[in-house]
Each structure stands twice: as C-alpha cells, then as structure tokens.
Design a protein around this ligand. Structure first.
Ligand code: PAF
Length: 277
C-alpha cells in the first residue's frame, strides 16, 4: 500500500491503474469505513482512500480542531482491508491559495442537517469535486449513514456529467444498533449507553410506516419527544421521500426516516429507509 500526500505524485502513480474505486474519508476509521473499502475492492482494480479533514465543511464552533487525527492507526487498518493507495494531502497541498470557487448545492442542502450546519454541504460538495478531479475514479463509495450527503453527491455527479458511478454502502451498527461514527468516540460511557435511543426511535417509525401509518408528523413528534425526555437536544426527526428527500407525502412508497440530535456536546445522526405496505 502506498501513502501519497502530493497531488502530482498521486496523478503519476494512478497512470495505467484504471479503473479506480475511490473512498473519500476524514480518517479516524472504523468498521463502517472498512466495509466501504471492501465494497470498493469489489468495484475497481485500484482502491484509493483519501484521508483529509476538510475545513470547508466545518462551521464556526464545530469540532474541526478536536476532530480525531489517527493517521498511523488508519493506515494499518487500510493495509489490512486491502487499499492500494492512501491519499493524505495537507491543507496547503489542496488549497495552495484560498478556495474561492465553491460548489453551490441545491436548496435541499439547507434542510435537515444543512439547516443546523449552514454551508456544510457546500464545503462537502467542493472538496468531493476537487478529490474527484484529482483521483478521477470510475466509481466512488459513500456510506448511507450520511444519507443527505449521498443524495447531494449523486445530484452533483448527475448534473455536472461526471463519469463516476456513486455506490452506496450500508450503515454499519454496533450490536445495540448505534450507527458507527467517528464522533461516537466523544461520548462518555453514560452517553454511549443512551446513544442507541436515536436508532430505536427511527426503528419505531419504520415499523409504524410498514404497518400503514401515514400520520408522519405525529410519528416524528413522538420520536423527538422521547429523545428530549431522555436529555437529548433534538435538531430534527423527519420522514422524507427516499429519492428526492422532500417532505414525505401520504402516497410515497419509499421513505427514509432521518434524525440528528445532540447528547451532551456530541451530535449524532442516523437514518433508516422505510417502505410503505
Ligand atoms: O463523509 C465524510 O467523511 C466527508 O464528508 C467526506 C465525504 C470525506 C468529504 O470531506
């Protein structure tokens, strides 16, 4: 496995190694990332994983400085998972001059997580477009855990005619249902024990939708109230159309229940796809 931090060296190294399957990450890798790398291995001849904590997607007061940087451990895991190249650029390498051009995502980027993290998806779309241009992969794997991110990246690829197949990876969960996330490491032992409640509430919504319930607002409110009564600060619990992320309508067959809430200082997100009967 090669570890490369220069854009020009990466471009040179990738000559003749197509098709490339790409997994962009911010590091602090867990089993969820490793599953994406394994999925990438089944797609391409050469698997490139990027590790870059992207300042463009963090707002003021968010966790950019304290975001865990664990490069050595990450590289060991990637070696075992069978990655071919780890791309670890510095901010100076990716932004030799300030990034003045940015990708402006559509209005859906201002809803759900975007309503609580203004500019977040502009920062994500901008760095992902840069990484796509550098790596020029045939396919790229993104986790469904960041469902809104996946939706926005799919839209960007479609509307900019990028010749890249976007592959969705299933969310990996701990035994108690908590979605694996780099931010789980911030939780105290008490918060960690409480954390699966977000998943359990989404599961209840999924079961209710599967039995034909269509009172979506009541389902969302009940989940939010349960979380709030156990000390969570709820950003949103929302049922949406799984394809376009618009507010769920009674006639929609494929839905997704999405949630974001804070336990102490840690913001957790999760989602579950739901099918109407
Ligand atoms: O999902 C992430 O880890 C990040 O948002 C991504 C896609 C690597 C862009 O920085």
């Amino acid at each position: 496995m090669e570890i490369i931090s220069s854009v020009s060296v990466l471009r040179e190294t990738l000559q003749g190694r197509q098709p490339v399957a790409f997994v962009p990450t911010m590091g602090n890798l867990h089993q969820g990332h490793i599953a994406l790398v394994e999925q990438a291995r089944r797609q391409g001849r050469c698997v490139v994983v990027s590790i870059f904590v992207n300042p463009l997607q963090f707002g003021a007061g968010e966790d950019l400085e304290k975001y865990p940087r664990t490069l050595e451990a990450d590289c060991r895991k990637l070696q075992t998972a069978g990655a071919d190249i780890v791309f670890t650029p510095s901010a100076q390498e990716l932004f030799p001059t300030p990034q003045q051009f940015q990708v402006e995502p559509p209005l859906i980027a201002n809803e759900l997580c975007g309503a609580f993290r203004p500019g977040h998806f502009r920062g994500v779309a901008t760095i992902v477009l840069k990484l796509f241009n550098i790596v020029q992969p045939a396919c790229a794997v993104f986790g469904k855990k960041d469902y809104q991110q996946l939706h926005i990246i799919r839209g960007m690829v479609r509307e900019f005619d990028l010749p890249i197949e976007i592959v969705a990876g299933e969310t990996m969960r701990a035994e108690d249902g908590l979605a694996l996330s780099s931010r789980n490491g911030y939780l105290t032992p008490e918060e960690r024990a409480e954390a699966p409640r977000l998943y359990r509430n989404l599961l209840q919504i999924r079961e209710a939708v599967a039995t034909g319930r269509r009172d979506f607002v009541a389902l969302e409110s009940a989940a939010a109230a349960d979380l709030a009564s156990h000390g969570w600060q709820v950003d949103y619990i929302s049922l949406r159309h799984a394809g376009n992320l618009q507010t769920a309508q009674a006639e929609d067959a494929s839905l997704v229940a999405l949630g974001a809430a804070r336990l102490g200082t840690t913001r957790l997100i999760d989602n579950l796809e739901c099918s109407a009967p």
